[in-house]
Design a protein around this ligand. Structure first.
Ligand SMILES: Cc1ncc(COP(=O)(O)O)c(C=O)c1O
Length: 351
């Protein structure tokens, strides 16, 4: 409340010291040279794609199993999203399929670090290097996730983050961020988020209003120092779920999320897989356990992308995940008794 009052007293609601300070603090935390605040994770993706000039005639290779914004931003710029199947054990882009999905028209590769687990970046970065194209990471769900000592969002040319309230670091509304180690791109992102305006009312390029609100920046500055502790809480809950689910003899019925060697999963979501997902979800709801389905329809089968010719069977792993995945409550404040209640309710369903 003090931080909000500080902004109100200053009357600096657009840009200003809170946004500048947050950008500096997050750049340090995420181990990148530049962090550029944006109005949402969606606008972060849009601005990043605009910054490398994605437009009509271009293709961008990405995962079909993601939040809509990942594909929607590519299409909004008149480019073609090329949707690739996932590795069923991680829900992330199957990196073995990426090279074959690329063509002469490929302008970028856009992997998603889904649910808080960093994608296998080695192969993706190698394909991108060989083809001389940038990698834009959708790290909206993965702030603080690591793989082999590197931070999600710092592998590629740019990393895009969301501070939607359900994220590990959530604002009091919409907010986002693009990170990069490239000073030229950072400058372009700053222009793009403010209608390409430099100096005022002289427009160097066509951008948008993608500015991060100073009130959100002030709130995020208060919350950011707590992020590591909150993420530890989620990781502890994930461990407890694993122990309880295995102790209840549910190991053969429920497929648990994995944390591959070298990975630090931040569990923005704890997503299990069960063939009878919808019935289990209804049962859990009757026991007061709220769950969510991320995501019921992969992007290649979305109605708005029908003109791209996506068909059922094209990405079998993503299509199966869309039928079977169920996100259990995972936020750090859950008590052991609440975690036991969730697992007891799952056990009851299978009895
Ligand atoms: C994977 C992914 N990409 C992009 C976004 C878009 O972020 P926002 O909701 O802040 O626009 C989200 C968040 O919802 C997301 O989960």
């Amino acid at each position: 409340m003090a931080a909000i009052a500080r902004v109100c007293d200053s009357q600096r609601f657009i840009g200003g010291p809170e946004v500048d300070a947050l950008e500096r603090e997050l750049a340090g935390m995420l181990q990148v040279s530049h962090a550029v605040g944006m109005s949402s994770g969606t606008d972060a993706l849009l601005a990043a794609l605009m910054a490398i000039g994605v437009g009509p005639g271009d293709e961008v290779v990405t995962s079909t199993y993601s939040f809509f914004a990942t594909g929607g931003c590519i299409a909004r710029l008149g480019a073609r999203p090329v949707f690739v199947d996932i590795d069923p054990s991680t829900f992330n882009l199957d990196c073995q399929l990426v090279d074959a999905a690329c063509s002469a028209a490929t302008k970028a590769i856009l992997p998603v670090h889904l649910f808080g687990l960093a994608a296998d970046m080695d192969e993706i970065l190698e394909v991108a290097r060989r083809r001389g194209i940038p990698v834009i990471e959708d790290a909206a769900q993965a702030i603080g996730a690591r793989r082999n000592g590197r931070t999600a969002g710092a592998f590629g040319t740019m990393g895009c983050f969301s501070f939607f309230p359900s994220k590990n670091l959530g604002a009091f509304g919409d907010a986002g961020l693009v990170t990069t180690n490239d000073a030229t791109l950072a400058a372009r992102l700053r222009l793009l988020r403010n209608h390409g305006d430099e100096p005022k009312y002289f427009h160097k390029m066509v951008g948008g209003n993608f500015r991060l609100d100073a009130l959100q920046a002030a709130v995020l500055r208060v919350k950011a120092p707590h992020l590591a502790g909150w993420t530890e809480g989620r990781r502890r809950n994930a461990d407890t779920y694993r122990q309880l689910i295995n102790a209840a003899g549910l190991g053969g019925k429920v497929t648990l999320p994995i944390e591959p060697p070298g990975c630090f999963h931040i569990y923005n979501q704890f997503v299990i897989r069960v063939p009878s997902r919808d019935a289990l979800r209804a049962h859990l709801s009757s026991r007061g356990v709220e769950t969510e389905i991320y995501y019921p329809i992969p992007l290649h089968l979305q109605e708005c992308f029908a003109s791209l010719g996506g068909r059922r069977g094209q990405c079998p792993h993503a299509e199966a995940a869309a039928q079977e995945s169920l996100a259990l409550p995972i936020y750090g404040e859950l008590t052991d008794a609440q975690l036991c209640h969730v697992v007891d309710a799952i056990a009851e369903f299978f009895r």
